[in-house]
Design a protein around this ligand. Structure first.
Ligand code: HMG
Ligand code: MG
Length: 332
């Protein structure tokens, strides 16, 4: 075996944010419980984003409260946070349920157009929003994930050059290394961990473009300040054209040891769907784990338990879509 690969399941967040209906909080909590019990290293539980922008995840605090009792030891729970207001939500949860949220995930993009559409902010402005959040994450000893969306292509701008992605990654690393919060008064490290997560938001990646992207990002000098971090580079693939597994294989060959997936392939980029055909979503965590094992690596995931989580996710989403279709018919 070639080594252990870290697996994050993002289905409760990236999967369910794309459903047109709102999944009941109890179903989300059961999904989190089943996914966490499958042996994944991390579950991205929800987002503290504006409920006006993403009503599907407007129950973030309630969901986390419902997940508090069943969190297995050793599994990392993370939440998306776009700004200081989102951080208020995460901090409030941890004030009641100490240590429930282990990591916050901030997100920007390599495409200006996508950044504006997703966060109502330029790339520069998203980075400015991160500063106070990073300070609070450091003070709370949280780990930090920094997402870069459109790392291969943007639904509005087309292909994104690897150098543009690398430039955003360089700026994020320099922000995370800033002395205002990366070191405590004694010179010790403050964040539990720091990682960059490259998002192929619309699933445009191929083996060749994945390699070009990783070459540009891995060659940055800025990584030197993060040698203490565990698996600081993560790949977040969507499987729009069924090529995500080949991108995983290429990334493994290039040293990436941490990936995101979503049980049952939930997710699906709305920009890649057509009225008659809903685009496939994130790479299914089941497919990801198989690709990792076939390439000679190991994970902590139990495939049978993962399959049970995926089956529950399919059912929950099917129930929600059927209820949504009934509502649509009643309105028509
Ligand atoms: P904005 O409208 O510019 O925000 O949105 P604002 O600061 O002007 O505030 C407007 C109102 O929103 C105010 O309320 C704020 O309090 C409230 P009002 O005074 O009008 O009543 N507000 C909030 N409420 C709750 N939580 C918050 C929050 N912030 C402000 N955190 C904002 C800016 C960033 C909030 C908005 O654009 C937003 O929420 N965007 C999130 C979009 C999103 O979640 N996208 C999906 C996640 S990213 C992704 O999927 C990609 C990824 O998977 C990787 C990949 O695949 O590439 C990670
Ligand atoms: Mg995504």
């Amino acid at each position: 075996m070639l080594g252990l690969v870290r697996i994050t399941d993002v289905s409760p967040r990236d999967g369910l944010q794309n459903e047109s209906g709102i999944i009941p909080t109890a179903d989300k909590a059961e999904l989190v419980r089943l996914v966490a019990a499958s042996g994944v290293d991390e579950v991205e539980v929800t987002s503290f984003v504006s409920p006006r922008w993403v009503p599907q995840l407007g129950d973030a605090a309630d969901l986390l409260a419902a997940c508090a009792a069943a969190k297995p030891p050793g599994v990392c729970y993370s939440v998306l946070v776009p700004n200081d207001k989102g951080m208020d939500g995460a901090v409030a949860v941890n004030a009641v349920h100490a240590g429930l949220i282990d990591k916050i995930s901030l997100f920007t993009a390599a495409s200006e157009t996508f950044s504006r559409k997703n966060t109502n902010a330029t790339i520069d402005e998203t980075l400015d929003r991160f500063r106070p959040v990073l300070k609070r994450a450091a003070a709370g000893g949280l780990a930090v994930r920094l997402y870069v969306s459109c790392a291969i292509a943007c639904p509005f701008e087309g292909n994104i050059a690897p150098d543009r992605v690398a430039d955003v990654v360089r700026r994020l690393l320099s922000l995370a290394a800033h002395e205002d919060y990366a070191r405590d008064a004694n010179g010790g490290r403050t964040f539990a961990n720091v990682e960059i997560d490259l998002g192929d938001t619309i699933g445009a990646g191929t083996e060749a473009s994945t390699r070009r992207l990783l070459e540009a990002v891995q060659s940055l000098d800025a990584w030197a300040a993060f040698s203490w971090c565990d698996r600081p580079l993560v790949l977040h693939l969507h499987d729009t054209f069924g090529r995500a597994a080949e991108c995983v294989r290429a990334a493994l060959q290039m040293g990436v040891r941490s990936f995101d997936g979503s049980v049952a392939g939930l997710g699906g980029c709305p920009y890649a769907s057509t009225p008659g055909h809903r685009a496939p979503g994130n790479i299914a965590t089941e497919t990801l784990v198989r690709a990792v094992i076939d390439a000679g690596f190991t994970t902590r995931v139990d495939p049978a338990r993962l399959a049970a989580a995926a089956a529950f996710a399919r059912d929950a989403v099917a129930r929600s879509r059927a209820a949504q279709a009934d509502r649509d018919r009643a309105r028509a």
